[in-house]
Design a protein around this ligand. Structure first.
Ligand code: ADP
Length: 593
């Protein structure tokens, strides 16, 4: 993406504020003209003072002159204050509006992305955050530079240059000759820095991603006492970043020095040339000050334009990354036109192949049917592909080959949001948002009343427990135990009341008593719905109406519990191993004693 394309992308964001942009430009343009007042006033002052001295007149004769000058300069400054205020304030207003629109657009886009997008390299949490923050910052600079600063600066320089040419063409030429040297240096500087800038962007993204990971992994790091190791990993990144930063600063200082040398060279030329012209009697003494100030009025905006040019190069890398994130190809979740009204919940998978974006093929030629209104169990060792089946049924991922139908219509043709309104998902560990218990349960149905929230909690056997907490439903939900959080997830489903429910090891990390209670609420939840359950808990498997056994991404057996058990295959082996792991014989002996 080149700079021009980025600017074109920004235009729609700036367009709503075009009258503000016009007002800012106008103010700055007037500012460019008032900036030329000083040289004229100074020349007039020096020449008048010199004339008065030559005529032998003193302070008294000079008083009106001093008054006039003060009045002009003061009025000019007052106008300038108003101009600058308006210009800065309008400029800021544009930047604030545009940056908030950009951030909001980015958030909306990120939320619409398919799941695989977040897992892909370059899109993980820290990296996305860096891209978003730095991207919006950079784009704001771009808005400031391209839509607010550039025209007035150019106007400033051109007006001053015109006046110089009008005063003396030799002087105009000297001022003009400095510009290409200046431009050349800036171009060279940008060229030398472009690779370092990209490297720095990547390093910053890596660093932020690494930092977030550190916080996520704090318990493991501490338990294995790997603080030093992690510190070294960060230090390695830090070193690279340091080197790149130093290199960049060094290059910048070097070029800044060269550029300021060229500018001073211009000043020296102007002074010498004007002094020569004054001595030759072609100009008055006041011309020296006049020309130096005019040259300043040419060089200052040019210097600013170059600062902008440097900045644009820096901004370019981050803006590019920002729009890359916004425009990511195939990143948006696919959706279809079908709006389901009464889903029965019959899923049919035929010859399904699925490979994760990482390249792991998780399903091979899978065929299975999930009957409406029944409970179907997916059984298999871990890594067999059970959760992947559920991911496909929720449309979180799309299979590469095969047919996936829901009530006879390809799943891809359903409107994704409408479909998910009909599906409830309970995982082994469910996300609890920062907020109260009530807010977390209400996530299942935003418009639910307090009573409905409490009824749902009661059905999930959570109500009594919540009432015992000092702050009741106002308790911070993230502080609840694993079992209580799991009940929140189930209460959410009671509120959502979807016809189809997927349970992915809902009791895997819970103690026996909690498991028993949660099983009771799951049994209540299952009534009258289509349920797919993945579980290692024998009690939940034997309750299913039908089961499929998966092994290394393939369906190897299917049938009712009894059929599968009698078949004496993979199911039987898993079932017996689970029973042995429970030490069922001894348990049975104890219970009969
Ligand atoms: P199960 O639920 O039976 O334990 P999964 O469906 O989670 O198995 O995993 C099946 C295979 O797919 C495994 O090899 C696993 O490593 C891989 N896998 C699961 N999730 C992802 C993912 N998000 N990205 C890449 N590979 C994955």
């Amino acid at each position: 993406m080149n700079l021009w394309q980025i600017i074109r992308r920004l235009v729609p964001y700036v367009r709503p504020y075009r009258s503000l942009v016009a007002a800012t430009l106008l103010l700055t343009l007037i500012g460019a003209i008032t900036a030329q007042v000083n040289p004229f006033v100074l020349r007039y002052t020096v020449d008048s003072v010199q004339r008065l001295l030559a005529e032998g007149k003193g302070l008294r004769a000079g008083m009106p002159l001093l008054l006039l000058i003060s009045l002009i300069l003061l009025t000019k400054e007052l106008i300038n204050i108003a101009l600058e205020f308006g210009q800065k304030f309008f400029g800021e207003e544009i930047r604030i509006y545009v940056s908030s629109a950009l951030s909001q657009d980015a958030v909306r886009r990120i939320l619409s992305y398919r799941l695989g997008f977040y897992a892909e390299l370059g899109n993980q949490t820290g990296r996305l955050q860096t891209r978003l923050d730095k991207g919006v910052d950079s784009l704001m600079k771009l808005v400031q530079d391209m839509f607010i600063d550039i025209l007035p600066l150019l106007a400033n320089a051109v007006v001053a240059l015109g006046i110089m040419f009008a005063a003396s063409w030799e002087l105009g030429l000297v001022a003009l000759a400095v510009l290409p040297v200046y431009f050349g240096l800036s171009y060279w500087q940008a060229y030398r820095l472009s690779a370092v800038r990209r490297q720095m962007r990547k390093l910053r993204e890596d660093k932020n991603h690494g930092l977030l990971n550190l916080i996520d992994s704090a318990v493991v790091i501490k338990s294995f006492v790997r603080e030093d190791y992690e510190e070294q990993k960060q230090n390695f990144l830090q070193q690279q970043l340091r080197r790149a930063q130093l290199h960049m600063r060094k290059t910048n200082f070097l070029f800044d020095g060269l550029k300021s040398f060229v500018e001073q060279l211009g000043v020296v030329f102007i002074v010498v040339l004007t002094a020569y012209l004054v001595l030759a009697g072609r100009m008055s003494l006041g011309a020296i000050m006049f020309h130096i100030m005019l040259f300043h009025n040419v060089s200052a905006p040019i210097r600013q334009l170059h600062r902008m040019y440097d900045e644009l190069n820096e901004v370019h890398t981050y803006s590019e990354a920002f729009f890359e994130m916004l425009d990511a190809p195939d990143a948006v979740e696919p959706s279809g036109p079908v709006l389901p009204t009464h889903l029965r919940g019959t899923f049919e998978l035929r010859h399904i192949d699925f490979t994760y974006p990482s390249g792991t093929q998780a399903l091979h030629d899978v065929g299975l049917t999930i009957a409406a209104g029944k409970t179907t169990a997916l059984v298999g060792l871990s890594g067999a592909g059970k959760s992947t089946v559920i991911n496909l049924l929720c449309k979180l991922y799309q299979p590469q080959h095969g047919e996936l139908l829901l009530d006879g219509i390809p799943l891809a043709e359903y409107n994704t949001h409408a479909l998910r309104q009909n599906i409830g998902l309970v995982l082994q560990k469910n996300h609890i948002f920062k907020g109260t218990v009530e807010e977390n349960i209400r996530y299942g149905l935003m418009e639910a009343s307090r009573e409905e929230v409490q009824q749902a909690a009661a059905k999930a056997f959570l109500h009594e427990q919540i009432l015992q907490l000092p702050e009741g439903y106002e308790t911070d939900a993230q502080q609840l135990s694993g079992g209580q959080q799991q009940r929140i997830a189930i209460a959410r489903l009671f509120l959502k009341n979807p016809p189809i429910i997927f349970l992915d090891e809902p009791t895997a990390s819970l103690d026996a008593v909690t498991t028993e209670q949660i099983k009771a609420s799951i049994d209540a939840l299952k009534r009258g719905r289509t349920v797919v359950i993945i579980s290692h808990s024998l009690s939940q498997i034997v309750d299913a109406d039908f089961a499929y056994v998966l092994q290394q991404g393939q369906v190897v057996e299917s049938g009712t519990h009894r059929q599968l058990y009698e078949h004496d295959g993979a199911y039987r082996r898993i079932f017996d191993a689970s029973a042995r792991s429970l030490n069922i014989e001894k348990i049975a002996q104890t219970m009969t004693l």
